[in-house]
Every structure is written in C-alpha cells, then in structure tokens.
Design a protein around this ligand. Structure first.
Ligand code: GTQ
Length: 346
C-alpha cells in the first residue's frame, strides 16, 4: 500500500484546523490501517514455568485467593505491556489455589479455559457441577456461567487461564457479577456432563443451541489416548504431527465460541514451516524442544508457555516425541472469513 503523502505547510495547517472538529485525514494513516500483511505489536516470546512458579508461590504469601478473587499472574506479551494481553485478542495467566483456599463464585461474559499445570484433585465448579482437575485436563467456563475454584488437597494447584478478555473489551461487551457466596450450589453429580455428552451420546432433550460445549472438562487421559491411536493408524502431518481440536459435541464446532483449542503430538524431528493468521499460545505438556518463530528460537519443556504471533512462520524441533496444548482466536477469524494459513517455505 501507499506511503503517506508529504506534509506541505498548507496541508499541515488544514489538518490542525480540522483536528479541533475531531476529523483527521485518511491519507496520512492509510498505510498503517490497511496493511498488505498482518502487522502486530505481538512478539514471539516464552516463559519458563519454574520461574513463574516461584513468583506464584511468593504471591501466595502476599495475598489469599479470596482477597485477590483470582490469584493470577498475567502473561503479558513484551510487545503489548500494560494491556493484560498475551496476543492482541487473548489473555493468559497462571492461577494458584493453595490447599484449603477458594476462589469465590462469579460469572462474566468472557469465556475462560483452564489447562492444568500442576497438582491433582482440586476442583472447578461450573453451572452447578464440580469437576476434579488433573494434569493436562482442559476445562472450560462458558460465557455467563457461574464458576468457583477450590482446593481440598494438601498441595498447591496451578493452572493456565486463557480468556477472551481483549476481544470482549474491544467489543465493549463485558458484564460480570459476583454470586456473593464462595461456592455456588451444587445441583449435578461430579462427572455428569462428561457422562452425558462425552461418548457420542446425549440426552434426547439436550439444548443443542448452546454456543459452548456441554462437556466442561476434557480429560488429558482421553486426549492422549486419541493422539496415541492416531499415531498407530496414520502418518503425522508435516507441519503439525498428530493434532486434534477440542470440539463441541452439539455441532462439531469449537468447544468454546471465541477460542479454538488444540492438542498435538510431535514425532521426533523437525516440522515443515507453517504460518496462520491466528496468533497462538502454546503450552508444553510432555517432552520438549525448540520452536523457531521467524528468527526467534524458544526452548520449551512441560508447563512452559510460548506465543507465536500472527503470520510468523513456525518450526518445531523435538528430540523425542512431545506434546503441546495450544489456543487461539481461529474460530472467530473463521466465522468472519478472515482466517488464512500457509504451509511450507513460501
Ligand atoms: O478464574 O474466573 O485469569 O475471571 C481472569 C479472570 C481467571 C476466573 C482469570 C477470571 C478468572
């Protein structure tokens, strides 16, 4: 696209005059508004879990989960500091719930995902049902669903939070309320949603118009089994290895209305370069390796987080079989006809 026309004294005087009326010339900014390719402040970056964990334990001494409401340290993209964003459209943080603590019940229009990083047996309650969380479990809280977290175990529980906070904020569509109780009333059996919807069956009167999946905990053991079966029965994709997306059993779409979520198994070796318009947050689950994003190389292992900006070529290199969880705004871009991908070095 064009470069901005030069500023003559007459033009400058004109811009200053109309500025008072809140008007501004397009031709000065067009090249920055309509770019030939995605242009983002979002940078490729990685966080080592061990360092984040130490900071979280310090936070644990400074504030309770209850006082904080949510004791979370936000992963802020170095190119987007001060905005509580890991990418332009998404938020991520690490939440800590210590033994005996509760994060009180509230609800909001923002969708949230949890990906369990450490601990075993703490719970999240969503819409009247508790789910027990284990390493690698992927848990969702759909828009406006009551949720509270509790840890009745004797060890700290850490998970990654992923929310569409920047997206909802861009649309000025944030609503939130507290229940006024630590815990919401429990009206359903633990595991009921998974039993009803997790096996290609569903109650005949199920409301199929819900935009988020009725399964709110996708257990890691199941995701892993699926990837193992794919590995036994098919060749890996050159860019992704064996990769699945978490789906909503009501319509086959994304488990969450605004966030796409994935888990993949990479065979030992190096992937083919790949780029897509959905900036993506990756979480190491098993194994580890090096991911190169344009000219930035990031080493990762289990529980480390790294971010790949829109349209930057990505190459994963692992010495042994490794697993990655990831999430992005792909579902939003697909619905708007914006999503693009490119395989290989072109
Ligand atoms: O657990 O409900 O990281 O409301 C940010 C906002 C977690 C939560 C976050 C939230 C939550």
């Amino acid at each position: 696209m064009s470069v901005a026309p030069t500023e003559t004294p007459e033009r400058k005087a004109f811009y200053e005059r109309i500025d008072k009326d809140n008007l501004t010339p397009l031709w000065s900014v067009l090249g920055d508004l309509v770019t030939p390719e995605p242009k983002s402040g979002c940078q490729a970056y990685g966080w080592k879990f061990d360092k984040v964990r130490d900071a979280m334990l310090e936070a644990g001494d400074l504030i309770t989960a209850k006082e904080a409401e949510r004791r979370v340290l936000i992963y802020e993209n170095p190119g987007l500091r001060g905005q509580s964003k890991i990418t332009t459209s998404l938020y991520a943080g690490v939440q800590l719930v210590l033994p005996g603590e509760v994060a009180p019940a509230h609800r909001h229009t923002q969708s949230a995902l949890r990906f369990v990083l450490e601990g075993s047996g703490a719970h999240t309650a969503v819409n009247g049902e508790k789910t027990i969380m284990e390493y690698g479990d992927f848990v969702i809280t759909p828009p406006m669903s009551w949720h509270d977290h509790g840890n009745e175990t004797d060890a700290p529980m850490f998970w990654l939070d992923g929310l569409d906070i920047p997206l909802v904020s861009m649309l000025d569509a944030s609503f939130a309320e507290s229940l006024g109780e630590d815990e919401q009333p429990i009206t359903r059996q633990t595991g009921q949603s998974y039993a009803e919807f997790g096996h290609a069956l569903m109650p005949i009167n199920a409301d199929v118009s819900r935009t988020a999946s009725p399964i709110f905990n996708y257990p890691y053991v199941r995701s892993r089994e699926t990837l193992e079966a794919m590995k036994r029965g098919s060749d890996p994709d050159a860019c992704h290895g064996w990769k699945v997306r978490y789906s909503n059993p009501l319509d086959g779409g994304s488990a969450m209305p605004t966030i796409s979520t994935f888990i993949q198994m990479l065979p030992a070796g190096t992937t083919m370069p790949y780029r897509s318009t959905d900036a993506t947050i990756f979480v190491g689950v098993e194994g580890g390796g090096k991911t190169t994003i344009s000219d930035v190389a990031i080493e990762w292992g289990p529980r480390d987080v790294f971010v790949v900006p829109s349209w930057k070529p990505v190459v994963h290199e692992v010495a042994s079989e490794s697993l990655l969880f990831s999430f992005s705004d792909r579902v939003v871009q697909e619905k708007l006809g914006l999503w693009r991908e490119r395989r290989g070095n072109v």
